[in-house]
Design a protein around this ligand. Structure first.
Ligand SMILES: Nc1ncnc2c1ncn2[C@@H]1O[C@H](COP(=O)(O)OP(=O)(O)OP(=O)(O)O)[C@@H](O)[C@H]1O
Ligand SMILES: [Mg+2]
Length: 461
């Protein structure tokens, strides 16, 4: 029978006191761990293929190599290896040094078995967590690598230049551009390529959160601040400390919250609702909007002083219709991604299909294009995407002439999909309500959140 050894269970114990090492081994083996022992640091480092051990437990004072030295060398080989130090009486000074070098925790002689097991369990969990976090982080970093932002047009090249400048500092960035032009993508890329990448990137969508809740989301509250505040809540600004906060749809923020935000930006301090303490925060701010913020300022819907605080480093993303040359690149980018995801081998895009998409004005920009390609990949059964995989009537609302292929009486061109009708209704309502989401939703008799979700889906917001 083959015994399967879970590497998350193998522990190395180093102690020159053989009896104590035996005692540890006995206790740990009883809990189902697999224990290797060594009586000196040298022996441990030789015996140990560190990558195969989940945890190192070492005595501090030993002849020859000290526990501190073992810790240092072990960390050099595998920085995420948790190390537990065994200390006796009067080891305080070296214990502090061990902590600084990254020791996870201590156990003291004489041994208390319960304490040992809990400390070991915590250490092993911490490693699993560290590994998971670093795996997720590297996934994020690859995902938000500049090279995954597609665009060879001059306008996009100018954007990349701006982004590179923004990355090297913590300057406050305002990203403007129509819906679906990649504002959030750019914000993430700036964060994950900058010096704050190890720290959180916190997104706050000012349009999706009801006005009354936005303030407590941003700044948090103390227990008892209002009826229903049963626990203290840490706000997004505090969560983003040393990292980045992304204030999306900033133009939707109510005047009252705008005033509070301004105060936070000026003082670099937040105060939780119902609290008296001012908490220092170091947060990089990236905000985004699909509205013309200067217009909003002119119409007195957005505070001018806040506007100047936010637009220190403005980046404007061009609509897709102004960089049509990027359409084929984007098509192939999304085709690859979605075909791979679906396990399909799609390698071609028909000329007619390309012409059709090039003739469209893309009001929903890259998001709309991405949706069209995702759908085409689902429908495509061969290796080529052609007209039959694309939605009919894309041009019905774009004001463009239908491309050649649809002239000559093809009935299908006049059929408008339900989705298109729905998206048209949303757009009209927004127009009538002068881009006020709450009013537009009321106009259609649906909730604000529903409106938001649908508008997002169609690439209108
Ligand atoms: N240049 C680009 N290259 C590759 N993918 C892109 C590009 N621009 C946008 N996308 C993709 O298009 C989708 C929409 O982008 P994103 O959410 O960043 O847009 P947005 O400007 O924030 O839109 P909205 O104003 O509606 O919130 C995302 O899936 C994003 O990855
Ligand atoms: Mg967005």
């Amino acid at each position: 029978m083959v015994q399967i050894v879970n590497k998350n269970k193998i522990i190395m114990v180093v102690d020159d006191d053989k009896n104590f090492a035996k005692l540890l081994e006995y206790n740990l083996t009883n809990e189902g761990y697999i224990v290797n022992t060594a009586s000196s640091g040298k022996e441990a480092l030789i015996k140990m293929d560190l990558k195969k051990h989940a945890l190192l437990i070492t005595d501090l004072k030993m002849p020859g190599m000290s526990g501190i030295e073992i810790l240092r060398q072990a960390k050099e080989i595998d920085n995420s290896l948790p190390v537990i130090i065994i200390t006796g009486q009067g080891d305080t000074v070296t214990a502090v040094e061990a902590m600084k070098l990254g020791a996870f925790d201590f156990i003291t002689k004489p041994l208390k078995p319960n304490e040992l097991i809990i400390t070991v369990r915590n250490a092993l969990n911490s490693r699993i967590l560290i590994d998971k976090v670093s795996e997720l982080r590297s996934q994020l970093e690859t995902r938000y690598d500049f090279k995954n932002i597609i665009g060879s047009s001059e306008k996009m090249q100018a954007v990349f230049k701006m982004m590179e400048n923004a990355v090297s500092s913590s300057v406050t960035v305002l990203i403007q551009g129509e819906s679906g032009t990649g504002k959030e993508l750019v914000a993430r890329a700036i964060h994950y390529n900058g010096s704050r990448k190890e720290r959180p990137f916190i997104v706050v969508n000012c349009a999706a959160i009801p006005e009354t809740l936005l303030e407590s989301e941003l700044f948090g509250y103390e227990r008892g601040a209002f009826t229903g505040a049963l626990e203290r809540k840490i706000g997004k600004f505090e969560q983003a400390d040393n990292g980045t906060i992304f204030l999306d749809e900033i133009a939707e923020m109510s005047p009252m919250t705008q005033a509070k935000l301004l105060r936070v930006l000026e003082g670099k301090e937040v105060e939780r609702l119902g609290g008296h303490e001012r908490i220092k925060v170091d947060v990089r701010i990236i905000s985004a909007t699909n509205r013309e913020l200067t217009e909003e300022v002119k119409e007195s819907r957005f505070r001018e002083d806040l506007y100047y605080r936010l637009m220190v480093f403005p980046i404007t993303l061009p609509p897709l219709r102004e960089r049509k040359g990027d359409v084929p690149l984007l098509i192939s980018h999304f085709m690859n991604i979605y075909a791979k995801g679906a396990g399909k081998k799609i390698s071609h895009f028909s000329g007619e299909a390309m012409e059709y998409l090039m003739g469209y004005s893309w009001p929903g920009n890259v998001r709309e294009l991405e949706n069209v390609i995702e759908r085409a990949v689902v429908l495509c059964e061969g290796d080529t995407i052609n007209l039959s995989h694309l939605p009919v009537g894309l041009d019905a609302f774009s004001g463009n002439r239908l491309p050649q292929v649809f002239d000559g009486g093809m009935e299908t061109a006049k059929i408008v999909s339900l989705e298109n009708m729905e998206s048209e209704a949303l757009k009209k309502a927004l127009d009538i309500a002068e881009h006020n989401i709450s009013r537009a939703a009321k106009e259609l008799g649906i909730g604000r959140a529903t409106f938001y979700r649908k508008a997002k889906k169609f690439g209108i917001l």
